[in-house]
Design a binder for this molecule. Sequence first.
Ligand code: HEC
Length: 391
Amino acid sequence: MEAYFLEWLNMFFRWFHVIAGVAWIGASFYFVWLDNSLENPPQWKKDKGIGGDLWAIHGGGFYEVAKYKLGPEKMPENLHWFKWEAYTTWLTGMVMLWIVYYIGAESFLIDSARMDFTQGEAIAAGMGFIIAGVAVYEAMVRSPLRHNGKVFGLILFAFLIFMSWFAFQIFSARGAYIHVGAILGTIMAGNVFLGIMPAQRALVDAVQRGESPDPKYGAFAKLRSTHNNYFTLPIIFIMISNHYPMTYGHEQGWLVLVAIGFISAYARHFFNLKNQGVSKPSILVISAIMLAALAAAMVPAKIEAQKGETILTDTQAMTIIGQRCISCHAVNPTHAGFASAPAGIILETVEQVLTVKDKMIPALQTGYMPLGNLTKMTDKERQQVMVWLSK
Ligand code: HEC
């Protein structure tokens, strides 16, 4: 019963998280676009202090947008802030992290072959990992390094490569991906909370006092918002990656994450340049080629019976699957914490097994299944079942 309600909580918060995330990233993409599409306003607008002018049509109406060079003469009654999208995304994301990876640490976070954590230790390690990642970023962004965006970017990237590798030494592959994602997400929400919001408050205060705002705040917020911009595509990849065991389940899953993170941030660069009036479609082409090359480099080894290996009979194969899989993959799972067959996959009869063969082979080959090898499948059994499935 408990597992059943946990499933509903999982669904509700995942749904909420996606909605908030769409609102956050949507608003952020819109403002980046807006900022870079502004045109030179007519003189009468310039006289009012307007630095950028834009007209748009959407949903059956005309919109006239004006961006002030510094600030309006007097504060409008209503000023929209766009911060709750970010905070809500982060908060619901943290709830998801607890529901899926911390309550379900045994299944999703711990890989006893890497670190034989207890649930409490795994949670502490997870939280510590995220806090350490964000602390290093905050220290960097407050150091003189912030004056050199390019060097900052390189060091940040090197640090994230290290964290990706490190996560793979202590967590399960899927747990590692989500924790790198949690660092990125927390840095992003922190950038809003600790950098962008204070800068905007300083801007509003200055306008209210009738002074011109100190540009240092704007520049500081700009660096943080640039980082957020490059993080968007990689973080969305991490969110969807848990449907693709061939990524995190790869022997060098941390390197796959680094590669896809790099490729997607590079693709984002195309849009940033384009918005600044520089069109370099080659960036998108190169990104696509890099992704295809990655896929080609990761083609899994062919499954073949070893010399002298006899292929299992159906009954023998089903006995192994019965021992290693159906405590979870059954109409009524007996494994604690599972209310229904995970991913809708039921492995109780030969027919059921053969219909999901194409998903089963990669799940076995990458070691993703049995989850966390909780049912202690041996390498030999794994090989035998794969050979039987591919016969
Ligand atoms: C401890 C419970 C558990 C055991 C044991 C287990 N699984 Fe799973 N399995 C899961 C969960 C949970 C998911 C859904 C994971 C997800 O959402 O990515 C899953 C998903 C799958 C998928 C779908 C993967 C995809 O492509 O999305 C396959 C195939 C699968 N399991 C096969 C197996 C096989 C084969 C075994 C036995 C060798 C096995 N599982 C043992 C819990 C288990």
